[in-house]
Design a protein around this ligand. Structure first.
Ligand SMILES: *[C@@H]1O[C@H](CO)[C@@H](O)[C@H](O)[C@H]1NC(C)=O
Ligand SMILES: *[C@@H]1O[C@H](CO)[C@@H](O)[C@H](O)[C@H]1NC(C)=O
Ligand SMILES: *[C@@H]1O[C@H](CO)[C@@H](O)[C@H](O)[C@H]1NC(C)=O
Ligand SMILES: *[C@@H]1O[C@H](CO)[C@@H](O)[C@H](O)[C@H]1NC(C)=O
Ligand SMILES: *[C@@H]1O[C@H](CO)[C@@H](O)[C@H](O)[C@H]1NC(C)=O
Ligand SMILES: *[C@@H]1O[C@H](CO)[C@@H](O)[C@H](O)[C@H]1NC(C)=O
Ligand SMILES: *[C@@H]1O[C@H](CO)[C@@H](O)[C@H](O)[C@H]1NC(C)=O
Ligand SMILES: *[C@@H]1O[C@H](CO)[C@@H](O)[C@H](O)[C@H]1NC(C)=O
Ligand SMILES: *[C@@H]1O[C@H](CO)[C@@H](O)[C@H](O)[C@H]1NC(C)=O
Ligand SMILES: *[C@@H]1O[C@H](CO)[C@@H](O)[C@H](O)[C@H]1NC(C)=O
Ligand SMILES: *[C@@H]1O[C@H](CO)[C@@H](O)[C@H](O)[C@H]1NC(C)=O
Length: 469
């Protein structure tokens, strides 16, 4: 077949532009018998059943409570200097070792021909991939649930067409594949599909919830991906999370937001993702093992910007009151809602992209906060307990793009206070604080960067999402 093309098509193309019509004529194709090769690996199918219950957990008190743990060796991981030798490689563009094979530079991990083993290799791997699997399972249900919950009229009133709804259905199908592949890399004790407890939402709020949930799903993986012991597992996870990243962006587009207002997506620690995810899980089947991850107390952003308003920054107490601080559209008068606005800069109907004349947030904005105390039951079967090892919150930690920036908490009184949105650029021309990003409260302001962000965990008091743009 290649020979036919080379003789009749490509060579002709190379010889003369006049031959182009010949190539066009030849590439017209008719359906014919297909060929395939034997699969190198076969991934067992994981049965998927529809979730039959949605609502709060009402069953008996759990027999096991709290995160799973073993002997804990220290209260936190030490801060150490860089490893010796990390500056040794010359990085000058020349080759510094013999090549293992032609066109093959020396070095790399998993490049010496050993057969890949797509299997977790440590507690770190297992707990991280199990967390990822909980996320895939909830997305599978959440996408189906929305489609089953709202009428065609409700969808259309929110500007979402039958084609848009099919895209959500397709996203649910993608989650079947993601749940299957993660289950197989974990083995028989992998977490199963659970039941879920979503806030009461209209389609617009549902889309906002989805763009927030997929944000922590995506960022939760970026936080641990390059720390996994198993490079093979990391490879497969990467190929699923890039799909999830597309889902997150599409939900922003359905929400009428600028699809990607940042130059970099952030990673967050596993315990932050679990803190945000667990409250929406009602119960998990018998035999489900506890995870190791921490559930921090909720952080309520009292003036969380509201994406459904033309002026989304001038708001107070307009969330659904949930962990994710999802937008609440109940109090928005039609003239203040952006979904039916027609003017460029005001209109936020579903679209590839929209400008927003009045930004949702800006450097210098006062952000009013309220946080819960630890000790509340949360998550599957109410079997996890919110906790923190931090002292009184002193700082807000803004995690966006490549930056982790502290601002002081001001006027702290009881469990409320406020902070001021910082003026940070990741690079010149790229304001760091934008998009759907993360806000945590801490008791210290020790520096952290993308590869060691989880070092702050023992100082974190509460965690949430901030709708900066
Ligand atoms: C699950 O629900 C979907 C509709 O949301 C339906 O198409 C599918 O057949 C159901 N699957 C099972 C296993 O019941
Ligand atoms: C191949 O590389 C891995 C690390 O990526 C190493 O553990 C293993 O020992 C190497 N195998 C051989 C045959 O050199
Ligand atoms: C937007 O317009 C649609 C169609 O006219 C309507 O059903 C919906 O209620 C409007 N939404 C708002 C927030 O005004
Ligand atoms: C969670 O609760 C459900 C319903 O009461 C029960 O069937 C299940 O066994 C419980 N899960 C665990 C892990 O105990
Ligand atoms: C926010 O509004 C809810 C009712 O919608 C109310 O119960 C709650 O107290 C309000 N919170 C604040 C901090 O004003
Ligand atoms: C959208 O916003 C950008 C940046 O502010 C601006 O340059 C552009 O003109 C705007 N486009 C429209 C159609 O308003
Ligand atoms: C976020 O990005 C959008 C799109 O570029 C821009 O219009 C908006 O002003 C930015 N917001 C902030 C706070 O920089
Ligand atoms: C933010 O910093 C930039 C660059 O230093 C400056 O031009 C801008 O005025 C600052 N904005 C605010 C609100 O402080
Ligand atoms: C913070 O407290 C000071 C002193 O009590 C008060 O003047 C100021 O208005 C407060 N700021 C806010 C934003 O509440
Ligand atoms: C934000 O991150 C970039 C990239 O790491 C860094 O160059 C910049 O200094 C950071 N800015 C702040 C204020 O932390
Ligand atoms: C994290 O890494 C940065 C360098 O990128 C370093 O300055 C900082 O001390 C580290 N933080 C912790 C808590 O280890």
């Amino acid at each position: 077949m290649a020979g036919y093309l080379a003789a009749g098509g490509l060579l002709a193309l190379a010889q003369s532009a006049l031959a182009v019509p010949v190539l066009e004529a030849r590439i017209v194709s008719t359906p014919t018998t297909t060929f395939t090769s034997d699969a190198a690996t076969i991934v067992p199918i994981v049965p998927v059943t529809n979730v039959s219950y949605h609502g709060p957990y009402t069953g008996p008190a759990p027999t096991t409570t709290g995160a799973m743990s073993t002997s804990v060796l220290a209260s936190s991981v030490p801060i150490l200097p860089p490893e010796a030798g990390k500056f040794a490689y010359p990085a000058d563009g020349d080759l510094h070792a013999d090549e293992p094979a032609p066109y093959t530079p020396a070095g790399g991990l998993g490049t010496n021909g050993s057969e890949p083993v797509y299997r977790v290799q440590s507690d770190f791997d297992y707990q991280s991939i199990a967390l990822g699997l909980y996320q895939e399972w909830i997305e599978l249900d959440l996408f189906h649930w929305g489609l089953a919950t709202y009428s065609t009229e409700e969808w259309e009133a929110a500007g979402l067409t039958a084609e848009d709804r099919f895209l959500i259905e397709f996203m649910a199908d993608q989650e079947v594949g993601h749940a299957t592949i993660l289950t197989n890399m974990l083995g028989p004790n992998a977490p199963k599909q659970c039941t879920y407890n979503y806030p009461t939402m209209n389609p617009r709020e549902y889309i906002d919830f989805n763009q927030k949930l997929t944000r922590w799903g995506e960022s939760g993986v970026y936080g641990f991906l390059n720390h996994l012991d198993s490079r093979e597992v990391g490879q497969i996870l990467l190929q699923s999370i890039t799909t999830e990243a597309r889902q997150q962006m599409i939900f922003r587009q359905f929400n009428g937001q600028f699809p990607m207002p940042v130059w970099f997506e952030s990673g967050i620690p596993q315990s932050w993702a679990w803190t945000l995810l667990a409250p929406y899980i009602s119960s998990c089947p018998e035999g489900t093992k506890q995870l190791i991850w921490q559930n921090y107390p909720a952080l309520h952003i009292l003036n969380q910007p509201n994406v459904a308003r033309i002026d989304g920054a001038s708001v107070y107490n307009e969330t659904l009151g949930d962990y994710a601080n999802t937008a609440n559209t109940a109090g928005i008068a039609p003239k203040d809602a952006c979904v039916n606005a027609t003017e460029v800069g005001a209109n936020c109907s579903p679209a590839i992209t929209h400008n927003r004349t009045i930004p949702l947030s800006y450097p210098g904005r006062e952000v009013f906060l309220q946080w819960d105390k630890p000790g509340s039951p949360v998550g599957p079967n109410n079997s996890y307990i919110t906790s923190t090892s931090a002292g009184t919150p002193m700082f807000a930690l803004w995690v966006s793009q490549l930056n982790a920036t502290y601002t002081p908490l001001l006027n702290v009184s009881g469990n409320t206070g406020y902070t001021i949105q910082p003026n940070v650029s990741t690079f010149e021309g790229d304001p760091a604080i934008n998009g759907t990003m993360f806000l945590a409260l801490t008791d210290v302001d020790i520096p952290v960067t993308p590869f060691n962000l989880s070092s702050i965990n023992s100082h974190v008091y509460a965690v949430s999402l901030y709708q900066a743009g």
